[in-house]
Design a protein around this ligand. Structure first.
Ligand code: APR
Ligand code: PHB
Length: 393
């Protein structure tokens, strides 16, 4: 089998890249370890920056997102009961975010690929990347017990944090930066009307809480929990009562509870791998970096990598600009580190941390200062709506 670009992973990164390349007439094949249904069963975040929305338009898959996604002009930060609204539109001169679940983004991309006849090989096991430094790399994998070979010009490693692509970079070249936070987020999805039209991020002495949503009838809530907690220890009743305890009383009173339709604990991690290119292989999305979810940046950072990789591959195929290949990693990493900083900062400011007395006070003062200052709120807003994409030049 032969293609121009072999894409490893059918998450949002791989599917979005595939769609953009197909529209440019650049042939691509996606290899995915899981089944399509499994990929669609994963519940992830749902706050899209304008850059992401624009890419979905460019990919020609924006119809349902435009119809069902909700534009959010602001969100709230609550500190020990005090409510502060971050007016994104006013603070950024007109920008906003769109609330539309990642699962729906993935579904739309999968359907578009199916309709356009793009090849996706699901349940491909033992994917191995070969000859990355040569002009003819290839990928081997097993499908239905048969060993297959996919020859290609380039490989896009879109296979998430546990994928094989990053591990194909020799250890003496790859540098990994990592922090694992000593707590997780317990998330609940429920078919109940959201408690607020806008997202609420709450800092409380019992721990952080987040009120988010998927639609006017579906809510997504989170509470900070110790990493040692097991999801079985959290009945729905216990979750709702803990969430209410961390919200201002007027919000808690309005909260409509109901049976959870999904409940899980996710660890929080900051992670960056450098470089993001090795020979003819490029890493994109979670394969190269993870942010804690507090800034809603995970999916959006994947999109900015894809934007860069898409413009790079388009220039390679249409203009012969192979000189740009070396710029990929540096271009992506500049924006990634700024999003890592914002996500770490939001996490540090809003969670209950096991810090000494002086650091706890300093963090309280930093948050109080930032929320009380126009410049401070502007800094939060411009990072939340998304920093501009860097160009490859
Ligand atoms: N071979 C083939 N496919 C693989 C392999 C492998 N060895 N390892 C992992 N995969 C697949 C996974 O099954 C998954 O479907 O790669 C896909 C990676 O998808 P995601 O983990 O969703 O990563 P990505 O597409 O980069 O999505 C961006 O940012 O913060 C997050 O929640 C956000 O998941 C989103 C991510
Ligand atoms: C979500 O809706 O799942 C969500 C929203 C905002 C975040 C994280 C998660 O910061």
């Amino acid at each position: 089998m032969k293609t121009q670009v072999a894409i490893i992973g059918a998450g949002p990164s791989g599917l979005l890249l595939g769609q953009l390349l197909t529209n440019q007439g650049i042939d691509n094949v996606i290899l995915e370890r899981q089944s399509g249904d499994y990929v669609l069963s994963r519940i992830r975040a749902g706050v899209l920056e304008q850059g992401f929305v624009d890419l979905m338009h460019e990919a020609g898959v924006a119809e349902r997102m435009d119809a069902e996604g909700q534009v959010h002009d602001g969100f709230e930060i609550v500190v020990d009961g005090r409510r502060e609204r971050i007016d994104l539109k006013e603070l950024t001169g007109g920008d906003a975010v769109v609330v539309y679940g990642q699962t729906e983004v993935t579904r739309d991309l999968m359907q578009a690929r199916e309709k356009g006849g793009g090849t996706t090989i699901y349940e491909a096991s033992d994917v191995v990347l070969h000859n990355l430094k040569s002009e003819s790399p290839f990928v081997t994998f097993e499908k239905n017990g048969e060993l297959c070979k996919l020859a290609c010009d380039y490989i896009a490693g879109c296979d998430g944090f546990h994928g094989v692509s990053r591990k194909s970079i020799p250890a003496d070249i790859l540098k990994e930066y990592e922090r694992i936070y000593p707590f997780g987020w317990l998330g609940v999805l429920a078919d109940t009307p959201p408690v607020s039209e806008e997202l609420i991020y709450a800092k409380h002495e019992r721990g952080f809480a987040l009120c988010s949503l998927r639609s006017s009838s579906r809510s997504r809530y989170y509470v900070q929990v110790p990493l040692t907690d097991k999801v079985e220890e959290w009945s729905d009743e216990r979750f709702w009562s803990e969430l209410k305890a961390r919200l201002p009383s007027d919000v808690a009173e309005k909260l409509v509870t109901g049976p959870s339709i999904e409940k899980s604990i996710a660890p929080l991690r900051s992670f960056v791998a450098e470089p993001m290119q090795y020979g003819r292989m490029f890493l994109a999305g979670d394969a190269a970096h993870i942010v804690p979810p507090t800034g809603a940046k995970g999916l959006n950072l994947a999109a900015s990598d894809i934007h860069t990789l898409y413009s790079l591959l388009t220039k390679v195929y249409k203009e012969g600009r192979t000189d740009l290949i070396e710029k990929y990693s540096e271009t992506c990493l500049k924006r990634i580190w700024k999003a890592e900083r914002f996500s770490w900062w939001m996490t540090t400011m809003l969670h209950k941390l096991d810090k000494d007395a002086i650091e706890t006070k300093l963090i309280e003062a930093e948050l109080d200062y930032t929320l009380g200052s126009h410049a401070g709120r502007q800094t939060i807003a411009e990072n939340y709506v998304g920093l501009p994409y860097d160009s490859l030049m």
